[in-house]
Design a protein around this ligand. Sequence first.
Ligand code: C2O
Ligand code: CU
Ligand code: CU
Length: 482
Amino acid sequence: MTSRRRFLGLAAGAVVLGTSGFVVVNRPSASGLLRSARPLPEPFTVPLPIPSVARPVRTEGDTDFYTLTQRVADVEILPGVRTQVWGYDGTFPGPTFHMRQGRRAVVDVRNSLTVPTSLHLHGGVTPPDSDGYPTDLVKPSGTKQHTYPMRQRAATLWYHDHRMDYTAPQVWRGLAGMCLVSDAEEENLPLPKAPYDVPLLLCDRAFDEDGSFLYPALDSGPGVHEEYGNGVLGDVILVNGAPWPVLDVDATRYRFRIVNGSNARRYELAMEPGGSLVQIGSDVGLLDRPRVHESLIVTPGERFDVVVDFSAYPVGTEVTLANRLDGPVMRFRVVRRGPLSDPPPQRLAAFEKLEPSSAAGVRTFDFRAAPHHGMRMWTINGKVFDPAESLADPRLGSVERWRLSSDFHHPVHLHLAHFQVLARNGRAPEERDAGWKDTVDVRPYETVEVLARFDGYRGRYMMHCHNLEHEDMAMMANFDIG
Ligand code: C2O
Ligand code: CU
Ligand code: CU
């Protein structure tokens, strides 16, 4: 059994009794917004940092060896004050890994924190013992070797902590970073390359008077105070760890790898005063052809690979990347002319569209708040997470049709298996659902159908809600690939 005892209680006014049990109502009283206790910087004054790139400590044949230490560090996030983070190599975000299809990466993790950790590569096609299962813990002072065979397509992945019951607070304290996988197909495309290929890890945080992170943890044990049971939101938006940063750009095309690393915040990203986001990639790879978005909803765990054309603006223009659901995210200042660039090609990557007829079976998973021993829990098919139980047993190499239904916003994520969105409420998926994905936005009272391919390795993997507070409050389930 899990050690989860103290759960979200029944927040007065936060729940109503529906026909099928408890239904969470998304009302302001349950918004979960944490307010900082110190003055916040003016937006667009801090330059956008670019996380350092992880360098292999040695290379042997087709294998690159890395080390990665989880440790405490004091860093400047808000100007003029230090914030203690738990960072990979003491940085937040952690170093960006550049991996290559067909080259194996071996990462030796050392835990220098005082709490157990588990490292998960989100979007990785990883053998089970290296996947960062929530109870595969590295104890304080312990080490663990993770092997990433990287038999997968070019994609924007990210890595983060996955300790059972404590993922949300541990990621909030800084345990997250990016991993860019490349392959020959991508390399040969005329897409913006460094320095015009920029990763953007979005998350929100709140700060105490002394600059430390605020988080509404309970005094002992896992879980959050009941008014944060729907998920914790901060009042400061960080991009690559900097508050509402600014980036000086050339008037040319840029490629942005957008990662929503927030615990619970959704974004609807748009350029102001106008401009489009040309999507070239989804969670786990390039699309077949670009998709033009005027705005883009990005839920926790999702990635969007987009191209933005700053040559469409006169030099001197300030362009804001805004969250239409809330406020600004960051700003771009078009400061100089740049090299001529072509729009992304109409044909991007070879893409195999999965057909419903290829599905070996259909399964249904309902994501919902439900009473459990007198407490309100986040459940899948009425069950709280039990590491010893499995809810599905897909065969290695098979495709299955999974129906995901929901009472709330649940970004549903599958480990190992990549999928394609087939339908939303019986209708065609949205433009933003295109491509291979590992996380999908399931909205209140929506049923999203996906075709998932269980390829790679046999063994125990999991699915869960990527709202990290929901995840910690038991909204996870195992599946066993046999
Ligand atoms: Cu990004 Cu199981 O998680
Ligand atoms: Cu994952
Ligand atoms: Cu959820």
